[in-house]
Write a protein that binds this ligand. Structure first.
Ligand code: FAQ
Length: 301
């Protein structure tokens, strides 16, 4: 155990076949599989707009983004499989409700501005959280994150670009962008997880260098980066308590509604039921493809 911690402290990467404490393995399986499920469920809110994108170009870009999310899910399932858990087991845990996915994907995408806002805020928050994961102590997860982050940064740019266009458009378009920001701002802050004092896994995950920053540190970085972007767009962040502390250079912000966060985690968000039904149906509909692929694989010499 001491030798393991020394390797971690020395910034050595832990690889799949190396000895590791059972709790380290379990923590990684939990986090990586939750991350993979988030990417896969995260395709639903945006997929909802593929047939309604306002131009061929926007449709092609959105299609590429949604396909990227599928790819991220697949790299992440592969990274988790190196820890000895099967993909079938991970999917079964998602469908039974045992495994979580990110709270953010339980909110609806009501207008086209929501697609811009997801790219800007949700991918923006995802990058803030995932850049440090490129230095995670577990090699396969860290390496998967490098490519994921490159793609997420394109996603963030495409979302911001949609909002720039809407905010320079008609009053109605700008109002649509403001309405989307009003609905997505607080759920985006919740993506970083509970505050540090309530984050049960953080201390151990930081000691193992799975996490490099705490939930609150990353949330603060996200707010500090994003508020000036809202100002550039001419949009108002829906927080009456938001103000820049000139001394620290950080924004102070209002109280997060943690009751809402816990309700969403308990399955009572606006779209939890719909997301799980869609995912369960997709799994059923894809059964014949998996069976055919298995039968074909068995026939190979
Ligand atoms: N939603 O002790 P902590 C994306 C749970 S990818 C749901 O602080 P930890 C790309 C947590 O699991 C977005 N559950 O836990 C995209 C734990 O419950 P458990 C996903 C949450 O692990 C963009 C409990 O609360 N990203 O968006 C959430 O140290 C656009 C206590 O929490 C990742 O998964 C939440 N927001 O820190 C796709 C990144 N927060 O498991 C499509 C990797 C916390 O004991 C479109 N994950 N919980 O039952 C992480 O960095 C960490 O797992 C945290 C949570 C920071 C999420």
């Amino acid at each position: 155990m001491k030798a393991f911690q020394r390797r971690v402290d020395d910034e050595e990467k832990i690889e799949a076949k190396d000895w590791m404490p059972e709790a380290y393995r379990r923590t990684l399986v939990r986090q990586i599989s939750q991350h993979a499920h988030s990417e896969i469920i995260g395709m639903q809110p945006e997929g909802n707009w593929l047939t309604r994108a306002p131009s061929l170009k926007r449709k092609a870009i959105l299609l590429a983004k949604v396909q990227d999310e599928a790819g991220h899910g697949l790299y992440l399932y592969s990274a988790a499989e190196t820890l000895g858990v099967s993909r079938d087991q991970m999917v079964a845990d998602l469908l039974s409700g045992k495994a979580k996915y990110s709270s953010i994907f339980n909110y609806p995408t009501l207008t086209w501005a929501d697609i811009g806002t997801i790219g800007w805020l949700v991918d923006g928050a995802a990058i803030m959280n995932q850049i440090p994961l490129c230095r995670c102590s577990y090699g396969p997860y860290a390496r998967a994150m490098v490519r994921v982050c490159k793609e997420e940064s394109f996603h963030q740019r495409q979302g911001f670009d949609i909002l720039v266009e809407l905010c320079r458009g008609t009053d109605e378009q700008k109002a649509m962008a403001q309405d989307a920001l009003n609905r997505w701002w607080w759920p985006s802050l919740m993506m970083f997880g509970p505050g540090d004092k309530d984050s049960k896994h953080s201390a151990q995950s930081m000691a193992w260098k799975i996490k490099r920053f705490s939930n609150d540190e990353l949330r603060q970085k996200f707010i500090d980066t994003t508020v000036p972007q809202a100002e550039f767009l001419g949009l108002r962040v829906p927080d009456d308590d938001l103000r820049l502390d000139e001394d620290t250079g950080h924004y102070e912000f209002g109280e997060i509604d943690w009751q809402e966060f816990h309700d969403v985690l308990a399955g009572n968000g606006p779209c939890n039921k719909q997301r799980m039904e869609t995912r369960t149906r997709a799994q059923e509909d894809g059964r014949w493809v998996r069976e055919a692929a298995r039968a074909y694989a068995i026939k190979q010499p």
